[in-house]
Each structure stands twice: as C-alpha cells, then as structure tokens.
Design a protein around this ligand. Structure first.
Ligand SMILES: NC(=O)c1ccc[n+]([C@@H]2O[C@H](COP(=O)([O-])OP(=O)(O)OC[C@H]3O[C@@H](n4cnc5c(N)ncnc54)[C@H](O)[C@@H]3O)[C@@H](O)[C@H]2O)c1
Ligand SMILES: [Zn+2]
Ligand SMILES: [Zn+2]
Length: 403
C-alpha cells in the first residue's frame, strides 16, 4: 500500500509530520470526525496526489490553540493536485487531471449549493452549514497537507486545469485558487470595489495581499493596505499598493494624508478575531478591525469581511471573546448604512475566472503574495516562520511537482 505522510496539529504551537492511511472512498473515524460522518460512503469522490498544498492564516488559528481543534487533526484545506483514482460514481473527472480543489466542501445538491453558496453547503457537515478539509468543526474531512487526500463530490467540486503542461508552468499562481485568491477577490467584490474605487484593506497577510491584487484587477483607483508588520507592508508596496503603518495609530489620519479625505469607498477585513489594537506595542483587541473599518468606510459603503471570527476561542482576551462576542460599535455602521458580508468565501463563484486571468497573464498572484515552495518535512518550520510574520505564502510540495 502507498504511504501517506501528513502534517498534523499536535497541540498549541506544535505541528508534526505523521503517517496516516492512504485514503479510501469512505470517511473513517479519526480526530475531529463528526460521529454522523463516520462510515460515510464517498463513491462520488476522487483521490488526489497533491501537487501543492498551502499553509493559511486559518490554519494558524488552530495551531495557536485558539480553537477547539483536537490533537492529531490533519491540516490542510488549500489543495491542488493530480487525480490518481476515481470513485465509481464520478463521471467527468479522469485519472491524470490536474485540478484545483476549492477549500469549501460542497455537495452540489442542496438549496445553498444550487444558489452557489458553497461555503454553507447543508449536506457535508453534520455540525453546521459549511465544511472544509482539515478544519475544526467542519465535519472531519481529512486535510490535504499530505501526499494523498480524498475529495468528495469530485465532479462538482474540482476545477480542472485545461492544459497540464501550461498548468504546471504557472502552478505557483494556480495554487492560490483553492482559497486565498478567490477569498481576497470575494472580499473586494463584497466591499463593492469597481473601477475608480478607493479601498482600504486591513491586514497584509496573504489574504490581504490577495484582496489588494483583486482590487487592482477590479479597477480600483487607490488600494491602501494597513498592518503592523513592516515586511508585509513592503510586500504590498512591491506591487503598487499604498500602505498605512498601524503601529503609528489608527488608519483614518494616514488615509486622509493619502487621499485628502478621511474615508474610502470600500473596506476589507483580512485580519479576523486575532486582531491587534493600533499603536506601538498594541495588544490583541478583537473588534479593532471591524470598528476601524466602520469609521473609515464612507456612508453607503460596504465591508467585505473574509477575516475569520469564531464561536469559541479558548484564548480569547475576556469572557465575552471566549464565546466569540465582540464589542462592536454597530451604531456607527448603522448610521452610515454600511453593508457587511461575512463568512467562508464561496470559492467556486470565482475560481474559474481567476484561473483564466492567471493563464492569460493578467495577474501575478504568486509574486504579489511572495509564494515560496517548501518540502512537507519543512512544514513545521514554515508554520513557525509564518506565525512569526514572514511576508511569505508557504506552499508545501509533498510529491516533488514544484521545481
Ligand atoms: N473567509 C474565508 O473564506 C477565509 C479564507 C482564508 C482565510 N481567511 C481568514 O482571513 C484572515 C487572514 O488570513 P491570512 O492568511 O492573511 O492571515 P495572517 O495571519 O497571515 O494575516 C493577518 C495579518 O493581519 C495583521 N493584523 C493584526 N491586527 C491588525 C489590525 N488591527 N489591522 C491591520 N492588520 C492587522 C497581522 O499583522 C497579519 O499580518 C484570517 O483570519 C483567516 O482565517 C478567511
Ligand atoms: Zn486558507
Ligand atoms: Zn450542498
């Protein structure tokens, strides 16, 4: 039998390479698998040999011990791979296809999937709407930071790249289609970005940089990115963004210096619940980003909120935060008639179009997020460097496809 090495969460601050079973067309019991999903038959699934599988800020919430993820949970929801086996009910995807796997697992049959709301599929996670590979409370589908992974409802979920050789030439860019590029794009679209918009994006991590790239692609006049991390701000400037340094205080004043007015048309939260306050030595203050976005977004504007918020956080700063309750100045948002879009990005809504933009050289997402391939064995190091704030998107290379 073929071996299968995988990156597992071992406890706060700790990930390790472990040996797991080669997948079969059945969801077996294991860490984090919902009992109602144990034994589920996946005749509609395929087995993927991973070509690229990226480390995400969403993984870091678990690895930092900020969720209820159990030890030995296999990580990895950003997966690109080659199909090596197809289940008996798969009709159109074939062995040898190279595909992007949307991080949302969706059935293609429920009311929400039919409305393309694949981030809240009703049939894949017995706990709640919405699911993902290798993630706490998401049904228990095994993560893809491994040599091989099972992908359910393959005909529906997979985005097949049209030409294998061309795909492998641009694979570092295409690897961003499983999550951060569509997620950043969704953040920009739901913030209302269009030609001539002024945009403020909180967070210069990979999702923030993907949102900035997306805002440029959508024709924004000015894209401003804010963070407290100088290297990540420099990365944003490397492809034409303006930046605000939040160690110097809130974004409003610096936005005014850039634009001549203190507000922007569109606001994006690419930070989430582990947000820090503004100013030097600022500590965690989970409502900071949402409150500052309500302040700096012009009346009638919209906030795209890909940044993740949880319903339970063992490391929350107070009793309320531990239950996911934040102190929002919603009155500010209400008075300005702001709209909000939260939740998982429905990747399938955007991934094909963004693939075309990549294949036809209209966008260079891998360069903009500074994507870097590392071996599966180096995953613990990648996690540590990413956690320390490296201006890098780490892409694991478990099977040697990435040169
Ligand atoms: N909605 C979705 O579908 C989806 C998909 C992918 C990721 N996410 C979420 O998006 C968020 C960003 O992901 P990432 O991979 O870029 O994570 P990341 O942790 O690498 O980046 C977050 C950045 O925010 C900065 N930051 C902290 N406080 C700030 C503040 N007050 N203002 C501005 N910046 C601040 C940090 O310094 C860091 O650079 C995470 O919460 C992640 O879980 C959501
Ligand atoms: Zn992700
Ligand atoms: Zn569904």
């Amino acid at each position: 039998m073929t071996g299968n090495k995988a990156v597992a969460y071992k406890g706060p601050g700790k990930v390790e390479l472990i040996d797991i079973d080669y997948p079969t067309f059945e969801l077996k019991d294991g860490p984090g698998v919902n009992p109602a999903n144990v034994g589920r038959q996946v005749r509609h699934g395929v087995i993927i040999k991973t070509v690229a599988t990226n480390i995400c800020g969403s993984d870091q919430h678990m690895v930092r011990g900020r969720t209820t993820a159990p030890p030995d949970l296999v990580l990895g929801h950003e997966i690109t791979g080659e199909v090596v086996e197809v289940g008996p009910d798969v009709e159109f995807i074939k062995v040898g296809d190279i595909c992007s796997v949307p991080f949302n697992i969706a059935c293609g049959r429920c009311r929400n999937c039919k409305e393309r709301k694949t981030g809240i599929c009703l049939n894949v996670n017995p706990d709640r709407p919405g699911s993902a590979y290798g993630y706490v409370d998401m049904g228990g589908w095994v993560g893809g930071q491994a040599n091989y992974v099972l992908v359910p409802y393959a005909d529906w979920n997979l985005l097949k790249f049209p030409d294998k050789d061309r795909a492998l030439e641009k694979i570092m860019d295409l690897a961003m289609l499983s999550d951060i590029f569509p997620t950043g794009f969704h953040g920009a679209v739901t913030a209302g970005v269009g030609p001539g918009s002024t945009v403020y994006i909180a967070g210069a991590g990979p999702v923030g940089l993907a949102a900035a790239t997306s805002a440029q692609l959508l024709g924004a006049a000015v894209v401003i990115v804010g963070d407290l991390n100088a290297d990540r701000l420099a990365q944003a400037r490397s492809f034409g963004c303006e930046t605000v340094d939040l160690t110097k205080g809130g974004p409003g004043e610096q936005i005014e210096q850039l634009l001549g007015v203190p507000d922007v048309d569109c606001g994006v939260d690419a930070v989430g619940f582990e947000a820090r306050g503004h100013g030097t030595g600022a500590q965690e203050a989970p409502a900071t980003v949402l409150n500052s976005l309500m302040e700096v977004t012009a009346a009638g504007g919209a906030l795209g909120i890909p940044g993740l918020y949880v319903t339970g956080d063992p490391g929350g700063i107070d009793e309320a935060a531990r239950k996911g309750s934040l102190s929002l100045s919603l009155g500010t948002g209400w008075a300005k008639s702001l709209s909000f879009t939260t939740g998982q990005c429905p990747v399938m809504k955007y991934n094909r179009q963004l693939m075309m933009a990549i294949l036809h050289d209209k966008v260079h997402i891998a360069k903009n997020v500074n994507a870097k391939a590392i071996t599966l064995e180096d995953a613990p190091k990648g996690y540590a460097e990413f956690d320390a704030g490296a201006a890098t998107k780490f892409v694991l290379n478990p099977n040697g496809y990435l040169s």
